[in-house]
Ligand binder design. Structure first.
Ligand SMILES: [Mg+2]
Length: 229
């Protein structure tokens, strides 16, 4: 019997395009203003210092902005850039400029499942801090209270069955009492290997239906009834 539902974000509750088409351009466009407005803040000073260390010389703010824009274009995962983007997005969400998109069927079903007594958990490669920021500023308002807990890759890789075993332990349920929802076929396989029930979510704009896939697939949360698993 299913008692908890573990849910992925990108391609599952929300469109994959949000990160590439909204968040990245937003951070790029806001870089200069954010740095200038927060230059006196200690954490911003620390970020600037690490960029100078990364490049190996003193840099003007204009040079720093250009370096950061270049890193964003090349999708470089450099720590000071990630930290700065995190701060810019945080400000964007908190001021209401950014709103996290949630597929309507996902929002409605999660609300229904919660009311029926299922525990809901998130497992995403985005940090738990970013997940909380995301769900507290959505198109449907602050929906963070729907969730009983959050997991990120600190618990392990999403394609490794061990991560799902660890999550079961952490939640305090047997793997077979947990239903996992994700668009990624390898994540579905890994969770099923760990003993969880798994359903692959296939959103029209995010993924394609797989022929001969060993696990159930659906294009909407609407068709999922945890009682059937
Ligand atoms: Mg995904």
């Amino acid at each position: 019997m299913i008692k908890a539902i573990l849910i992925d974000i990108e391609g599952t509750t929300s469109p994959i395009s949000f990160v590439k088409e909204v968040l990245f351009p937003y951070s790029k466009q806001k870089l200069q203003t954010y740095l200038k407005e927060n230059l006196d803040k200690k954490h911003v000073q620390t970020i600037i210092q690490s960029i100078k260390e990364e490049i190996g010389r003193d840099l003007s703010i204009a040079e720093i902005v250009n370096i950061l824009k270049d890193w964003i274009d090349k999708d470089q995962k450099i720590t000071p850039l990630k930290e700065l983007q995190g701060l810019i997005w945080e400000e964007g969400f908190k001021t209401g400029t950014l709103k996290a998109p949630i597929y309507k069927d996902a929002y409605e079903k999660m609300k229904e499942w919660k009311q029926k007594g299922y525990k809901l958990y998130i497992y995403s490669s985005g940090s738990t801090k970013a997940q909380k920021l995301f769900f507290s500023h959505t198109e449907y308002g602050d929906i963070l209270s729907l969730f009983d807990g959050h997991f990120d890759t600190k618990i392990g890789n999403k394609k490794d069955p061990n991560s799902y075993k660890k999550i079961s332990k952490e939640i305090g349920l047997k793997p077979e009492e947990i239903l996992f929802l994700s668009d990624n076929p390898q994540e579905i396989e890994a969770s099923a290997k760990a003993g969880m029930k798994a359903i692959r979510i296939v959103r029209k704009n995010d993924a394609t239906w797989l022929e001969d896939f060993a696990y159930p697939q659906t294009n909407s949360f609407k068709h999922i009834n945890p009682q059937n698993y």
